[in-house]
Design a binder for this molecule. Structure first.
Ligand SMILES: NC(=O)c1ccc[n+]([C@@H]2O[C@H](COP(=O)([O-])OP(=O)(O)OC[C@H]3O[C@@H](n4cnc5c(N)ncnc54)[C@H](OP(=O)(O)O)[C@@H]3O)[C@@H](O)[C@H]2O)c1
Length: 243
């Protein structure tokens, strides 16, 4: 895809990968809109990059998703790219009754929001030049880590969703999936008692370079770093089972 001259909405642009994409896309000559729940972060980003358009929005809230779509389309009619990036990562112990509100919040944020937002934006995107939807899944979409079963299931679902979305929007909107490997962001910071402890994984800059390269080369399913191995193993397994 052409990575300049677009108008891009990135959900969850207040930290980590979303913020890194926002800064890169801005530098590459795009109009960039980000959203997130943390007002303070949105203010700080606006101060650092006055050109980035910021919007407070909780994508886990249905009404706020509808308001976000209506506002973005009305205010930025040239919007041609939606990046479904916002996500949370929680630990779920399946050996005892789960807290359903917590489970629902993770599914709502990671899966229902991309489904709903993509459908809200699709009719508008279809009318734009070079339209695209970019879904951020995970290497864990292909092989789960068992202590985060709901997170991994949502990411497997985002992968599946992306395949169907690409099929339905064929010929009108390009649909990309980026599967990051473990990357050093704030993801899962709620579960770390020691807040100075990092997520671990590769530096954000390393992830970003490979992901942008994939987009520039128009690769529909961009598995970055270690995610490549996880994706390849799944496909190998599929081939073995269906030989
Ligand atoms: N880092 C990794 O190792 C890794 C690996 C594979 C996939 N991913 C995926 O990459 C994406 C970005 O994660 P990250 O690593 O950059 O983590 P991060 O630093 O924690 O960023 C997550 C972003 O999502 C936003 N967000 C979360 N819940 C939201 C909600 N309800 N409404 C609006 N925004 C919300 C956060 O903003 P607010 O808190 O301000 O709302 C924040 O901007 C996620 O989908 C994640 O699953 C990350």
């Amino acid at each position: 895809m052409n990575t300049s001259g677009n108008t891009i909405l990135i959900t969850g642009g207040t930290s980590g990968l979303g913020l890194a994409f926002a800064e890169q896309f801005l530098q590459d000559g795009n109009t960039v809109i980000i959203c997130g729940r943390r007002t303070e972060r949105l203010h700080q980003i606006k101060e650092k990059h006055p050109a980035i358009i910021t919007k407070e929005c909780d994508v886990a809230n249905e009404q706020q998703r509808e308001e976000l779509a209506a506002w973005a389309i009305q205010q930025y009619p040239t919007l041609n790219i939606l990046m479904n990036n916002a996500g949370i990562q929680l630990v779920t112990d399946l050996t005892k009754p789960v807290d359903l509100a917590t489970v629902r919040s993770e599914v709502e944020t990671n899966l229902i929001a991309p489904i709903h937002l993509s459908s809200l934006f699709a009719p508008h995107l279809k009318t734009q030049k070079d339209p695209a939807i970019i879904n951020i899944s995970s290497g864990l979409a292909f092989a789960p880590i068992a202590f985060m079963p709901v997170y991994c299931a949502t990411k497997a679902a985002v992968h599946s969703l992306t395949l169907s979305m690409r099929h339905q929007l064929k010929g009108s909107v390009k649909v990309y999936e980026i599967a990051p490997p473990s990357t050093d962001t704030e993801l899962g910071h709620q579960r770390r008692a020691d807040k100075t402890q990092t997520h671990g994984g590769i530096p954000i800059s390393e992830f970003l370079a490979e992901a942008m390269d994939g987009l520039k080369n128009d690769i529909p399913e961009i598995a970055v770093g270690q995610s490549k191995g996880l994706r390849a193993k799944r496909e190998e397994l599929f081939d073995n089972m269906n030989h």
